[in-house]
Design a protein around this ligand. Sequence first.
Ligand SMILES: [Zn+2]
Length: 427
Amino acid sequence: MGDKTKLNHEALLQLEQPLISVPLEHLRKALRSSQRLVERELSLLATQASELASKAAAVTPGAGTVPLSEHAGHANSGAESSPTQSSILSPEEAATQLSIMIERMQKLKKKLVETAPDSTLPLHRTRARLAHLDDLAHVPATDSPEYSRWCKVRLDRVLAEYLLRKGWGTSAATLSKVGGIEDLTDIELFSQVRRIEQALESHSSAECLAWCTDNKSGLKKIKSTLEFQLRLQDYIELIRSRRTSEALAYARKHLAPQAETHMADLQRAMAMLAFGPDTKCEPYKSLFAPTRWQTLASQFRSDNFSLNSLTALPLLESTLQAGLSALKTPMCSQRDNRSVNCPTCDPTTFGDLAERLPRSHRVNSKLVCRMSGEVIDEHNLPMVLPNGYVYSERALRDAAAKHDGQITCPRTGAIFQISQAKKAYIT
Ligand SMILES: [Zn+2]
């Protein structure tokens, strides 16, 4: 008992990876950039300190001119004190250099304080999302009010994600505000996606190239070719506007360094110069095609999604497809056998989504009336019309009652009297 209402936590959580991975990726990026900043500044500081120390040692071999050697020696404990420098360091000069170094460190500190919100927001979101997933642990069963509440939040999330993916940012923002799920939606991520996609669709690569620089290491990890393809597009645009020497300089600077991994592309790019934008010859014709910008936009979208562990399909669609696949029968794809109550049969709504889905495995089949969508069984007998088509008794009687005893066959449009229908016997 109680098995039916038992919660399958594992299965529920399996779908939720992107919920955590998006803020995590955001956090990783913020940490990486501040780490890079700190490393750069500290190594610069170490070099400066070491230079200062060796100069100081050259001035006073042995004794040490007090405050300077203390400071310098602190940052440069392993430095050699061979007096090879010809320059002579005055205490004033040393003090000035030290204050420049201190100033740099203060600037670094200020910058780190300024960029702190970059990591506090994803941290806050990760916490909120983990708490939302943790709520599931306290749900006793699928028929409890706690579960309904949790599902309502999940539905809002899934709908907001769908709206964001389709570019309806304002509706998504309203929904997440009304539903109180602002910490559970990634509005900024998708608005950035939208902005860059729109730029690409209006033939501008700058925004996407900047994004590539921001995500260099992540893109390298997923072996993305996006940056090369964007550079190639810029090169193509230069040829299109007949700026050949500029195109060549651009190719030398941005394409040639990646020759090792993109040799075939590079060779084709060079051959484009000989063909020109009006060519009918493939593959150059496709390379010159303006639709290549749309391809770039979709490549950007899919790379960005895989960088953030987001699925290719919106969660709403994949969830619906799971449900539709469970309903889909071999009859569903047949025009003449559509059932009025089957969502998979409806070509205007879910039929399209279900088209490429596998069918469910059914051990028992049942007869469903084409006219009413009701099950045909011993309480609702199958009746055959003179043209050979079978409908349920109840559906025929209802139709006849509305039309003076007349029945119109929905498949052929033929009209019969109810008295002409005969009981069918299935053997
Ligand atoms: Zn169906």
